[in-house]
Design a protein. Sequence first.
Length: 120
Amino acid sequence: MARQPGFDSFGFGDKLAGEGEVREKFWRTAKKAARQIPFMEEVVAAYYCALDKDTPMRAKGILLAALGYFVLPIDFIPDVIFGLGFTDDLAVLTAAITAVSSHITPAHRQAARDAIADKD
């Protein structure tokens, strides 16, 4: 996944430990969940919003907590349970995206569309 301009992980560039691993886990989980989460484009836009250095820290914290829950293998409802696995993730992501929706910009949504098209 190519870096999107302006989304440089809070202004620290490549200096964050494990950033590549987090990105890889996000895309792996996103690809697995794409068919089960009807608003995946908004989830990916939230991902780019969380990485945007211009996003306020409170919004980043909310989004990173929700995205972290999304990518972690341990859930309240395990993701491997067919039909139910992503329901807890849906609830957490919906709440987080709703809480910070004013910070998800058209640029984040465009980056999400581009990334999703690139992953197909």
